[in-house]
Design a protein around this ligand. Structure first.
Ligand SMILES: *Cc1c(COP(=O)(O)O)cnc(C)c1O
Length: 416
């Protein structure tokens, strides 16, 4: 693939190869990232990118859809089968546009929506001030409890009764525990709100049955396709039949033009991969690895937000070690370990220089790393946090990291 680019544009080809090396030689712990398979990457890079297909299967505004219609139908059928949904829209360009479409379908501008606050682990699109969801809607935000750091379902219910939202959003971006979608559904029913469950982070775990599914409880379920689901960058919406028309109209023509057919094809491939026994084992190992990584970090004196992890991510409070998120994330990068700095609930520090880091195991698990490697990673994080200003010590860790990475070839990457 890169050969074809090199003959036209050596500059970009060299940069892509540099990124391949970076992804091959580092421990990638960003919780929203993964390694798509070669099959998914190939479909993404296919000639389907050349085709315009505004509309939906058998109802298009351009001719020449005999192939694209079959591809989109496959993706829809596979999504419905895998998640047990009545309807799927596979056209959203990504997770944020998928959420925008659900808001558009269920709410009018100015309506009240209730979502988890960003500083408590919610996403920007769940009503945060600087996002469309906080600007065009009357966003009310619920939080996690200060003592347990778990979603405060009593507060969700109290706020719902007080503000009578049109839409309740249940979903997480930085929250290491199971979300009780049934509890959200009960509250939504009580106040007559619609329920959107946003499983962008956990859709792979839901598909594999290692996190409870929101599909039986929600009016709509939105997701990205590139996080734990391990597909191409994209989005999708699952919903009940009764909402199919409103959701479809919101995606097209209200918010988008032509669907990205190459992405739809890659999603179909990813959904097929995600329906295998192998993927179930992968998702189980993602969760096991997250728990073991947490334990290793706890033993090294870090504090885990909520005390541990039930999903693919750990939110680490660095305070007991006397260090902060941003410098630690930078030191880890020099040590070949890539993560993001993150606020902890009720963080006394600023979001741009917070008390924590967020780690996730989807990528390392895709490389076949298991419990032993997680313990090794925890001990590297411990060492890096103790030697943040020692460039030589960090470089030594980076060398050890690259050595271990070489033993675990990543899906989709050529071996350099
Ligand atoms: C990642 C994420 C999104 C947004 O996805 P993009 O593809 O980055 O737009 C939406 N909701 C949640 C909960 C997420 O974690």
């Amino acid at each position: 693939m890169v050969e074809a680019i090199r003959s036209v544009d050596p500059e970009v080809a060299a940069l892509i190869e540099a990124e391949e090396r970076r992804q091959a030689n580092t421990i990638r712990l960003i919780a929203s990232e993964n390694y798509a398979s070669s099959a998914v990457l190939s479909a993404t890079g296919s000639v389907l990118t050349n085709k315009y297909s505004e509309g939906y299967t058998n109802k298009r505004y351009y001719q020449g859809q005999e192939v694209v219609d079959q591809i989109e139908r496959l993706a829809i059928d596979r999504a419905c089968d895998l998640f047990g949904a009545e309807h799927a829209n596979v056209q959203p360009y990504s997770g944020s546009p998928a959420n925008l479409a659900v808001y558009y379908a269920f709410c009018e501008p100015g309506d009240t929506v209730l979502g988890l606050g960003l500083p408590h682990g919610g996403h920007l699109t769940h009503g945060w001030k600087v996002n469309f969801s906080g600007r065009f809607y009357n966003a009310v935000q619920y939080s996690v409890r200060p003592d347990t750091e778990l979603i405060d379902y009593d507060e969700v219910r109290a706020l719902a009764l007080e503000h009578r939202p049109k839409l309740i959003v249940a979903g997480i971006t930085a929250y290491p525990r199971v979300v009780d979608f049934a509890a959200f559904a009960e509250i939504a029913r009580e106040v007559g709100a619609k329920l959107l469950c946003d499983i962008a982070h956990i859709s792979g775990l839901v598909a594999a049955g290692v996190h409870p599914s929101p599909v039986p409880h929600a009016d709509a379920v939105s997701s990205t396709t590139h996080k734990t689901l391990r597909g191409p960058r994209g989005g999708m919406i699952l919903c009940r039949k009764e909402h199919a028309k409103a959701i479809n109209r919101a995606v097209f023509p209200a918010l988008q033009g032509g669907p990205h057919n190459h992405t739809t094809a890659a999603l179909a491939v990813a959904l097929k991969e995600a329906s295998t026994e192998q993927f179930k084992q992968y998702a189980q190992q993602v969760v096991t690895n997250s728990k073991v990584l947490c334990e290793g970090l706890q033993e090294a004196g870090f504090r885990l937000v909520t005390g541990g992890s039930d999903n693919h991510m750990c939110v680490v409070d660095l305070t007991p070690r006397g260090v902060f998120g941003k410098p630690v994330a930078r030191a880890l990068e020099k040590a070949g370990i890539v993560c993001n700095y993150n606020t902890i609930p009720y963080d006394p520090r600023k979001p741009f220089d917070p008390s924590g880091i967020r780690l996730g195991t989807p990528s390392v698990t895709s490389r076949g790393m298991k419990e032993g490697e997680m313990r090794q990673i925890a001990s590297w994080i411990d060492r890096a946090a103790s030697n943040m200003d020692d460039e030589a010590a960090l470089a030594t860790i980076a060398g050890e990291v690259a050595e271990m990475c070489a033993q675990f070839p990543a899906p989709g990457l050529p071996q350099h």
